[in-house]
Design a protein around this ligand. Structure first.
Ligand code: BV8
Ligand code: ZN
Length: 256
């Protein structure tokens, strides 16, 4: 199973990986739809919307501050580290993430598309024209947070349900679907347009795979569904690749 994927990766010129909350699970970041994902009695879809923020900015900020505090205590895990190394290695590897925890950034991932923004970025709710800014203070200095330019409400710098993704990010993600291997890691594949990238890559001829601890909406659509935790499967895959490369380099060494 993994040998097949490793073999495909060895022969690939271009690799794209789409990650979701499952890649950060081993770091201790609660997923959205898993057991630990619920916050009190709310669902992500109820709070991660402009309407919820309009109605009760203090409640939505309470949720984001709870998540920021949880994420601040977490570090990138082996899955983030393998993917970061792949984006730095020779093979052209792009990571597209739905996560807003920035653990891929902290792991040193180079070619990274953050489709849904970052929980560490803030923006002006009133769109007064100020650029979004980074604020990693936990807790924030003011609650709810304020815009430094107009003094009005600030909002988390993430893409909420019902909000469009940035055209630049969607372009970058779409371009990355022109690849030889596309792997969806740790995503339930229910949130669009991110989940649609899997089918897009397949349509453009990529070998598609999924790494997840359970079956998802994408499992029947990919060429290879690998059941397992990202934090163990990706390092094992990386070992297969290193072994394979070592095999190739000793081969090359022998013949020279
Ligand atoms: C858009 C940022 C155009 C915020 C997020 C009706 C009205 C309006 C829109 C819609 C509608 N119906 C559908 C839509 C589209 C909607 C959508 O897809 N809704 C879903 C719920 C059906 N999408 C949108 O609204 C998008 N915008 O379409 O714009 C538009 C505009 C106006 C009107 C219509 C259309 C915007 C979507 C972005 C939402 N923002 N995050 C925040 O984080 O606070 S999405 C949120 O879900 C996170 O980013 C998260 O990453 C993402 C996806 O979830 P997953 O990452 O997959 O996480 P999940 O918990 O679900 O799954 C974890 C997986 O990991 C599981 O499979 C588990 O088994 C696995 N796992 C666990 N442990 C491990 C593991 N795997 C491997 N190893 C492990 N150790
Ligand atoms: Zn402002």
């Amino acid at each position: 199973m993994l040998e097949t994927l490793a073999d495909r990766l060895r022969r690939a010129r271009r690799v794209t990986v789409l990650t979701g909350a499952g890649v950060s699970a081993a770091s201790g970041v609660p997923t959205f739809r898993g057991a630990g994902g619920l916050w009190r009695s709310f669902r992500a879809e109820d709070l991660a919307t402009p309407e919820a923020f309009e109605r009760d900015p203090a409640l939505v900020w309470e949720w984001y501050e709870w998540r920021r505090a949880a994420i601040a205590a977490c570090s990138p895990n082996a899955a983030h580290d393998v993917l970061a190394r792949w984006t730095r290695d020779s093979v052209d590897c792009t990571v597209i993430t739905q996560n807003v925890d920035d653990l891929h950034l902290r792991a040193g991932t180079e070619r990274l598309v953050r489709l849904h923004g970052s929980i560490w970025q803030l923006a002006c709710w009133h769109r007064c024209g100020v650029e979004s800014w980074r604020d990693e203070r936990v807790p924030l200095a003011e609650r709810p947070a304020r815009c430094p330019a107009c003094g009005g409400l600030a909002r988390p710098g993430v893409v909420w349900f019902g909000e469009s993704l940035s055209p630049a990010d969607m372009n970058a993600a779409s371009n990355a679907c022109a690849c030889d291997v596309f792997i969806a890691v740790g995503t339930s594949a229910v949130v669009y347009p991110a989940a649609g990238l899997i089918q897009q890559a397949r349509t453009r001829g990529a070998f598609t795979a999924e790494i997840n601890v359970e079956a998802t909406a994408a499992s029947s659509a990919v060429d290879l569904a690998v059941q397992g935790g990202a934090e163990t499967v990706l390092p094992t895959l990386a070992d297969y690749l290193d072994l394979g490369n070592r095999g190739r380099s000793t081969e090359a060494g022998r013949s020279s």
